[in-house]
Design a protein around this ligand. Structure first.
Ligand SMILES: [Fe+2]
Length: 238
């Protein structure tokens, strides 16, 4: 019986063969349907819920335009192949090597953008912040020495990410780690599972903070939804 992964691989191979045929650009443009399997998830709170830390205008543009653009472009990429269009976002992200080369970069960038932003909205809330309790709080203290030391490590990763990207708290096998990633790359392969990420693309903060990324990252700690992060820590999908 063919597994979904096998099916995707088979599709990738046949699509790779097809991609050797040069199609006129107009054909590709016509194939780019305006709709597709991926939809913009609604924000779990009002646009102004994270004020004053993250302003409503930034949220409106970030969610409604930037996140939507990743979804639109992801839908265009998967529209090139029926099997791809039926593959979940998690599967696409985890098995990029099985995505046809012709659309792999588009899936990596736009699928990653969709995944990262969907998680980002969920891990913030009105009146968030504070210190995580329970097993996650204990694991952070054990790994980093204290919550403050974790905060410093996470903030440093956010500041040192050159250009656009993300800083992350991830679970790698059973260990907590702070890492960063460029562009929309997702730390979601080979036993890695993202728990919390902060978007350090300028579109995430420039309207309110201009070039002061450190102030934005500091403010982000006031809106973190630790309940969601703790839930991901307790039930990781490794
Ligand atoms: Fe973003």
């Amino acid at each position: 019986m063919m597994t979904r992964r096998d099916a995707l691989k088979k599709t990738a191979l046949s699509a790779a063969a097809v991609s050797l045929v040069t199609l006129p650009e107009t054909n590709f443009a016509q194939a780019a349907a305006p709709t597709g399997p991926f939809k913009l998830p609604p924000l779990p709170y009002a646009l102004d819920a994270l004020e004053p830390h993250i302003d409503a205008k930034t949220m409106e543009i970030h969610h409604g335009r930037h996140h939507q653009a990743y979804i639109t472009n992801l839908n265009k990429a998967v529209a090139t192949d029926a099997k791809l269009a039926g593959t979940s976002l998690d599967e696409l992200i985890r098995h990029l090597d099985e995505v046809p080369e012709a659309v792999r970069a588009a899936v990596r960038n736009n699928g990653g953008g969709h995944y990262n932003h969907s998680l980002f909205w969920q891990t913030m809330k009105k009146g968030g912040g504070g210190v995580p309790k329970g097993a996650l709080g204990s694991a952070i203290e054990k790994t980093f020495g204290s919550f403050e030391k974790f905060k410093t490590a996470f903030s440093d990763a956010a500041m040192k990410q050159f250009g656009s990207g993300w800083a992350w708290l991830i679970l790698e096998e059973k260990d907590l780690k702070v890492v960063s990633s460029p562009n929309q790359d997702v730390p979601f392969v080979h036993g890695k599972y993202p728990l919390l990420g902060v978007d350090v693309w300028e579109h995430a903060y420039y309207l309110k903070y201009q070039n002061k990324r450190a102030d934005y990252v500091s403010a982000f700690f006031n809106v973190i939804n630790w309940d969601v992060v703790t839930s991901r820590f307790e039930k990781p999908e490794l």
